[in-house]
Design a protein around this ligand. Structure first.
Ligand SMILES: *Cc1c(COP(=O)(O)O)cnc(C)c1O
Length: 404
């Protein structure tokens, strides 16, 4: 069992008061808080080894390069990628997805099809729409049911030899539903389509195994998994990364430049133009080490308990409806109370120190499906407690009384 109080003490922000109340941070789906070891590692980089990477012969540059590449190796090991050069540093999930859609612009033809799911975050919808506009390909959408689960029969009916790419999130940010991605990847591969998994909401809760999943791309952000903002990873299978053209041109991504012709650097550098977020990339490795020290089994156990407790306690409130009632769920509860706007509840409970997200959660199609303007989303991390959930439930009850 986790010693939650000891873990909480590692996160300085959690001992703050907000509006005169102890902070209850339930907006982990938007970004996670950072442990002291991550905060310290950022300062340590700038204090001790700050230099540009992959270019200098001098000692600091070597140290910084080594630290950056060690971090890449940690990520490779963490997600079980076959090669280190299949791990690209990005600024986040959004960057990773755009890198892939940009690459497919030179591959897709009119009549080709791209399949997205109805559970996607805007950052896994809009880049694909832009790609389809550019190439004349058609966007198809996997529908979902009332429980917020993707309908597999409908998905399989959409697949054909026209399908070139399938993209789906591992875990839905708005509802917390865990999608059957391994099955979906297998079905997509059977028609020869490539698959991108948006893992932004999965990596805080589990350790993805990209070889076991057999996905072609897996994108995630560092900031939702205790790492710094402006960091992320795009995993891509070697064969695909070799096939796709570079995303941005610039320094660091070339082999040789003349005005007649430029040849590109080998992987992963072909996709890493310019000076990256060096400190962030290194410290993402620190965050991954930290999560592995806590242990994903422990994380999942704690989060399952939080999810079960929150679901049970919230449903005691009359008129409260939870969205995303599918069986396979991460520690996210998205809900509304009859006749009350989610924003009003969010604002009142903020006065009571409770941070939740209200609104469409960058997933407007899901809100349209349920015919609602948005939800109140409480997303839990392993550092949250059952007592905090009780505080939230009391606060929501109070807000309901004030607003009814
Ligand atoms: C947060 C999130 C994104 C976007 O991540 P950024 O860090 O903003 O690039 C994409 N997809 C899902 C499912 C998310 O939760």
């Amino acid at each position: 069992m986790l010693d939650i109080q000891k873990i909480r003490a590692e996160f300085p922000i959690l001992s703050q008061t907000v509006n005169g109340k102890p902070l209850v941070y339930f907006d982990n789906g938007a970004t996670s808080q950072k442990p002291q070891i991550v905060i310290d590692a950022i300062a340590k980089y700038y204090q001790e080894i700050n230099a540009n990477i992959h270019r200098g012969v001098h000692t600091l540059s070597q140290l910084a390069t080594d630290a950056y590449e060690i971090s890449r190796g940690k990520v490779q090991h963490h997600i079980n990628a076959k090669f280190t050069h299949e791990v690209l540093f990005t600024s986040g999930t959004t960057h990773g997805i755009n890198l892939v859609t940009n690459g497919f612009a030179s591959i897709l033809k009119p009549g080709d099809e791209v399949i997205v799911s109805s559970l996607e975050h805007h950052s896994n919808i809009v880049p694909w729409q832009m790609l389809c506009e550019k190439t004349g390909a058609t966007l198809k959408v996997i529908p979902m049911n009332e429980d917020g689960e993707l309908i597999m029969e409908a998905y399989e009916a959409l697949l054909s030899e026209k399908t070139k790419v399938v993209t789906v999130n591992h875990i839905s940010n708005a509802l917390g539903i865990i999608n059957p991605i391994k099955y979906m990847i297998e079905k997509a591969h059977a028609v020869g389509a490539a698959v991108l998994i948006d893992g932004a909401q999965a990596v805080p809760h589990l350790k993805p195994d990209v070889q076991d999943l057999d996905c072609d791309f897996y994108a995630f952000s560092g900031h939702k998994m205790c790492g710094p903002t402006g960091t992320g990873i795009l995993y891509g299978k070697e064969v695909w990364l070799n096939k796709l053209p570079p995303y941005q041109g610039g320094g660091e991504m070339i082999k040789e430049v003349t005005f007649e012709k430029t040849t590109y650097a080998d992987l992963p550098h072909k996709f890493e133009a310019g000076t990256p977020n060096i400190a962030g990339g290194i410290v993402l490795g620190t965050a991954i080490d930290y999560l592995n020290t806590v242990g994903f089994e422990n994380i999942q156990k704690q989060e399952e308990e939080l999810l079960a407790h929150a679901t049970k306690r919230l449903l005691e409130i009359e008129g409260l409806k939870i969205y995303g009632t599918g069986k396979n769920k991460a520690s996210v509860v998205s809900f509304n109370i009859d006749g009350i706007h989610p924003y009003d509840i969010g604002s009142i409970i903020d006065k009571l120190g409770i941070a939740v997200r209200t609104g469409h959660h960058c997933a407007q199609p899901i809100m349209n499906f349920f015919c609602i303007p948005g939800t109140i989303r409480a997303s839990f991390s392993f550092y949250n407690t059952v007592e905090e959930i009780d505080l939230m439930v009391e606060a929501v009850k109070k807000a309901k009384t004030m607003l009814s």
